[in-house]
Ligand binder design. Structure first.
Ligand code: NOJ
Ligand code: CA
Length: 567
């Protein structure tokens, strides 16, 4: 364990600042709120925070449209508040990484305002301009990818929404400006960055048109209605065809190397994690990013033992092939995806399955990333009133459905509520109190609070209940942190044909730990994973004795069992 870096042994926790904690009582999260929750984070046991964008932003994409890379959004506080938060984390032995959005800025960023002001200003080439739309490319958020500006009489390119113009990364001045912004935060002491949407940074230099037979709105609609394997395959192919010339283009690896060199100028093993699953971003192992997410693990309707084993076999083999062995990174949820409890539940055993999946992420080999709220079992909230949507992508799609696709308004409202990311971004539920204790009574939170706060899904009630979600997460986190094998050990699957349960070992020279996760609603009888050994309980979601003979292991329905293997 000693030769592992801090980001390999850390458990990361993503804070979505608008929804985490409201310190000044205006209905939106902020730094004073986060500072007030530092002890909560420490008690949870996580040791690194990924903070979603906290920069000034017109909030067309909830902070992912940045208008000042070196500032703090006024609704979140001041730079002094930011420093207090960072210091508070460091004093408690926790690290902080920020969200670095490289592909695009806000259309209100001074760089863009200057760039669009004329064709010959000093920043004229900082964005991607064309006299007429050179192709049929789509924005992945809101239709056409080229938008006209009268000031310049030209069109600019945006992979995301029109308020998010793409920077021209072929310009050395753009690189310089962005690396300076990164240095600003590194000098303040942040421990690294999560890199947003890196795959979208460069475009096909030939601007080749896409050949998908559908536009974005039609494809979204097709994706909702696809049910047969052939339909599903077809819509997957269309998604690929639609965007193939706008992502994963040459130049990315050289750019990531440059950024890594910037980060490596600073002491203390600052780190980079890419919002991508492609292990090519790890370069030769030590010259690009430190980790990328194992997104294929969460790309499933249900997490099953077969799915996990296949995922681990493929993922770990890929990482092992790198010249310097790659380090895994697992997650099952973030601000862009349906919450774990909802997404991987079966509507009958949501709680049990969410607990199993938490145990999975916290016992697999690799750095775990948790998403705020999952530790109290927060679920998706479907917003059925379109006027309450804050996710612009869903607002646009809702309008398209009605105006262009002729969808019935009631169905359109439901579809928008289901597809929007608002459902998994609702305010954190701190107590069984008005607004879930997020903001004062009578204040309207920026998104509706999930009413299940009054049914026990809140941190205060769970604090005192030893069997709560919160205390379950705390115990699991503590077990992982105390175990060298769970933190850094090798992975070895057991009972590889078992359909109902997933059992595996994590091993170092000094410790072997068995993890057994029963994904079935029925007991598993007498599995014999390790004949002749004694299992010493480190954790069980059920009541079981301290020691069990490993030749005689039974698991209760949905049991999570973690044990040190001894003789
Ligand atoms: C990925 C972020 O996670 C998402 O929330 C955002 O909308 C896009 N990138 C654009 O920045
Ligand atoms: Ca606030």
């Amino acid at each position: 364990m000693t030769d592992l870096k801090w980001w390999q042994t850390a458990i990361f926790y993503q804070i979505y600042p608008r929804s985490f904690a409201d310190g000044n009582g205006d209905g939106s999260g902020d730094f004073p709120g986060m500072i007030a929750k530092l002890d909560y984070l420490q008690a949870l046991g996580v040791n690194a925070i990924w903070l979603s964008p906290h920069f000034p932003s017109p909030n067309w994409d909830c902070g992912y449209d940045i208008s000042d890379y070196c500032g703090v959004a006024p609704e979140y506080g001041t730079l002094a508040d930011f420093r207090r938060f960072l210091d508070g984390l460091h004093q408690r032995g926790m690290r902080l990484i920020l969200d670095l959005v490289l592909n695009h800025t806000s259309d209100e960023h001074p760089w863009f305002l200057e760039s669009k002001s004329s064709r010959d200003n000093p920043k004229a080439d900082w964005y991607v301009w064309a006299d007429t739309p050179p192709n049929n490319w789509q924005s992945c958020f809101d239709g056409e990818a080229w938008t006209y500006t009268p000031e310049r009489g030209q069109y600019y390119y945006h992979y995301f929404m029109q308020q998010q113009p793409d920077l021209n990364w072929h310009s050395p001045a753009v690189k310089q400006a962005m690396w300076d912004a990164a240095r600003f935060w590194l000098e303040l002491g942040v421990d690294g960055f999560r890199l947003d949407a890196i795959g979208t940074i460069y475009e096909d230099p030939d601007l080749t048109p896409h050949d998908a037979p559908v536009n974005l709105a039609e494809l979204r609609r097709l994706s909702e209605t696809a049910s047969t394997p052939a339909e599903i395959q077809r819509k997957d192919k269309y998604w690929e065809d639609l965007f193939r010339h706008q992502i994963g283009q040459p130049g990315l690896h050289a750019l990531m190397k440059e950024l890594r060199a910037v980060v490596d100028e600073y002491p203390g093993d600052r780190m980079l994690v890419g919002e991508d699953e492609d292990i090519a971003y790890l370069g030769e192992g030590e010259d690009e990013l430190n980790i990328v997410f194992n997104f294929p693990l969460m790309r499933a309707d249900r997490i099953t033992p077969d799915h996990i084993r296949r995922n681990q076999r493929e993922r770990l083999a890929l990482l092992d092939e790198l010249p310097v062995r790659g380090w895994p990174c697992n997650t099952l949820g973030n601000h862009d995806s349906s919450r774990i409890s909802t997404r991987f539940g079966d509507r009958e055993h949501e709680v049990e399955l969410a607990r199993l999946n938490a145990a999975l992420v916290l016992t697999l080999r690799g750095t775990p990333f948790l998403y705020n709220g999952e530790e109290i079992g927060m679920t998706d909230l479907i917003i059925t009133e379109p006027g309450q949507l804050r996710d612009t992508m869903a607002v646009w799609y809702h309008q398209q459905m009605i105006a262009d696709l002729g969808v019935d308004p009631a169905e359109a409202a439901l579809r928008a509520g289901e597809m929007t990311r608002d459902k998994n971004r609702t305010p954190f539920q701190w107590a069984d109190a008005p607004n879930g204790g997020f903001c004062p009574p009578g204040v309207q939170p920026w998104l509706p609070v999930n009413p299940d706060f009054s049914a026990g899904v809140n941190a205060a009630d769970q604090e005192t209940d030893p069997d709560s979600f919160l205390n379950y997460y705390r115990r699991l986190i503590a077990v992982r942190k105390a175990s060298p094998a769970l933190t850094g050990g090798e992975y070895q699957p057991l009972d590889e044909h078992a359909k109902d349960y997933f059992a595996f070992l994590r091993t170092t020279d000094d410790q072997t730990v068995l993890v057994a996760l029963n994904y079935a609603s029925k007991p598993v009888q007498n599995t014999a994973p390790l004949p002749g050994s004694i299992l010493r309980k480190l954790f069980s979601s059920h009541h079981r004795p301290a020691d069990t003979a490993a030749g005689d292991l039974s698991l209760a329905p949905f049991e999570v069992y973690i044990a040190e293997v001894g003789r």
